[in-house]
Design a protein around this ligand. Structure first.
Ligand SMILES: [Zn+2]
Length: 249
């Protein structure tokens, strides 16, 4: 038996209210997503309650740095050690203060440095590195056992004006190749985001979810991609053992 292809929906930054508003839509399609949170020190008490409900309803809260710094610019005046201390460990302390212990991490702006991978894998089970690329064919991930993945496609359909064929082409390739595809989105809604490109309307998101269901894709969270394949259950043979059959004759 082969594994069904899987879609790993991720949403970045701190659009907590809009994510929470979308929980019923995710439920309608049995879709579970990973929400990569940054700026944990800015989370209000009402937003904390919403994050807790998001997690309680089966989604994953990942981490996206403390202050969403742009790595190439940050490294002009800081070291990689600074990044780990100030953007990762201090941020994880703030996440722990909120009651979250993220197992997954994504780099802001899809910018990373290879030297950060090993220290981050000591802190997280799985990292989202870069992408999405126009040439998407090499960006699928393994369904099990991945520690680093690249982004396969955006879900900011409304803000980026992505066509239906953008998704049809990519979902068709996932169907054909198998494995898992990691998507990236941000704000879910029609208004209230000052970054107009980083946006997907609920109607457009529903179209994407419906297409995924039409393909019969599984929905998985980031940390599920890092888990090993469950052991196959071996059913006992239906026929009696030869000796038993002999004795019965
Ligand atoms: Zn971001």
């Amino acid at each position: 038996m082969t594994d069904r292809p899987a879609l790993c929906l991720t949403f970045d930054d701190n659009f907590v209210d809009s994510w929470h508003d979308t929980l019923d839509l995710f439920d309608k399609y049995d879709a579970r997503a990973t929400f990569f949170l940054c700026w944990p020190e800015r989370i209000s008490a009402p937003q904390l309650r919403k994050l807790q409900e998001i997690e309680a309803r089966g989604h994953e809260i990942g981490f996206h740095t403390r202050e969403h710094v742009r790595l190439p610019k940050y490294l002009l005046s800081h070291t990689l050690e600074d990044y780990l201390d100030d953007q990762i460990d201090r941020g994880l302390d703030a996440m722990a203060d909120l009651g979250f212990h993220p197992k997954s991490f994504s780099f802001p702006y899809f910018r990373f440095r290879p030297k950060l991978i090993a220290p981050l894998l000591e802190r997280f089970e799985i990292l989202r590195l870069e992408g999405p690329y126009d040439q998407f064919h090499d960006s699928l991930s393994a369904r099990y056992g991945s520690r680093t993945v690249n982004t396969y496609c955006f879900t900011d359909k409304t803000g980026m004006g992505l066509s239906n064929s953008y998704f049809a082409d990519r979902f068709e390739w996932l169907q054909q190749e198998g494995g898992a595809a990691v998507t990236c989105g941000h704000f879910i809604g029609t208004e209230g985001n000052k970054f107009p490109k980083m946006r997907c309307s609920p109607d457009d998101l529903e179209g994407i979810l419906a297409l995924a269901r039409a393909y019969n894709f599984d929905f998985v969270t980031m940390s599920e991609l890092s888990q090993s394949r469950p052991a196959t259950v071996v059913r006992p043979a239906e026929q009696p053992a030869p000796m038993a059959a002999w004795e019965a004759a």
